[in-house]
Design a protein around this ligand. Structure first.
Ligand SMILES: [Zn+2]
Ligand SMILES: [Zn+2]
Length: 301
């Protein structure tokens, strides 16, 4: 399985257009890497690609990865888009796929219903476009078995902001050779289901939005806690970093990192704590090739 990290930041990216916080300033001054909003591309064969989340950065992200560019007029290697939730910074990029006759979008039924209530998105459920509610058993798309992973989450603010079943999910992605990746860029806690999906996974990407629950308030950036925004803070004995450290995946990365998060600065104590836990920071442009246990047997057979 091949993976490309298209974007690794939370909403707004790094730098965020209206933010002069230390990390945003450092990114503008090229002292820290710039980051676009979180998205992942996965492929079983390097030919057909599946996207996980589509932010308002998706158009430029596609252009940056040669494998995602069209090889002929009106031909795209992008076979489908899976959405983890209905937040604007994870899902509004679907609108950028309107030029294609055929777009296959997958999400929970909750996310589909919330998004399709918007008349601007309604055409994405009209044939030959499809918007499929993914059941617990998952679906196979372009040679990848994709199954939702239950996590607690909130509906977006525009849909009321309440906790709801299916408001957010992670995805477990497996190819025919048994390579497993987990993508979970938004959750308000590391659920038992997420920990189980990650156990033994070759690679997993986790919600790294905020270091502390009151980070935005303490920095004077906003008036809401991480938890009120549906994101588990990383720090502390009940924080997500400790749960991620214990989950048993072979490689653990944080993605969807907010520009306020001190882990973005590699010289910060928080970055040291993260690395000491064996957890890394995903970056825009990172790519991975993971081989499943059955890959060798298939190659020989
Ligand atoms: Zn987000
Ligand atoms: Zn900032």
């Amino acid at each position: 399985m091949q993976l490309h990290v298209l974007g690794s930041a939370a909403g707004g990216g790094v730098p965020q257009w209206n933010c002069g916080c230390p990390n945003c300033t450092a990114a503008r001054e090229e002292r820290l890497p710039r980051r676009t909003q979180a998205s992942l591309a996965a492929s079983a064969d390097g030919t057909a690609w599946v996207l996980f989340n589509a932010s308002t950065d998706i158009r430029s992200q596609i252009e940056r990865v040669p494998a995602l560019r069209p090889s002929a007029p009106r031909a795209t290697p992008i076979a489908a888009v899976f959405l983890t939730d209905a937040n604007i910074d994870h899902a509004a990029g679907v609108l950028d796929f309107r030029q294609s006759d055929r777009v296959d979008v997958y999400s929970t039924a909750t996310v589909r219903d919330v998004m399709l209530a918007n008349p601007m998105l309604a055409p994405f459920a009209r044939a030959p476009k499809t918007w499929t509610a993914v059941g617990d058993a998952g679906v196979t798309v372009a040679g990848l078995r994709v199954a939702p992973v239950v996590v607690p989450g909130l509906l977006p603010a525009y849909a009321g902001g309440a906790a709801a079943d299916g408001a957010a999910v992670g995805y477990r992605i497996e190819d025919a050779a048994g390579a497993v990746a987990v993508y979970a860029p938004v959750f308000s806690a590391v659920s038992e289901e997420l920990a189980q999906a990650c156990a033994g996974a070759d690679i997993a990407f986790f919600d790294g939005s905020f270091w502390s629950d009151d980070e935005l308030i303490a920095m004077g950036l906003a008036n809401r806690t991480a938890r009120a925004m549906g994101h588990a803070p990383l720090e502390g004995p009940d924080g997500s970093l400790e749960a991620i450290r214990r989950c048993g995946c072979k490689r653990a990365y944080l993605t969807h990192v907010n520009n306020s998060n001190p882990v973005l600065d590699p010289s910060s104590p928080q970055s040291h704590v993260m690395r000491a836990a064996g957890i890394m920071l995903a970056g825009d442009g990172d790519s991975f090739e993971i081989a499943g246990a059955r890959a060798g047997a298939r190659a020989r057979g």
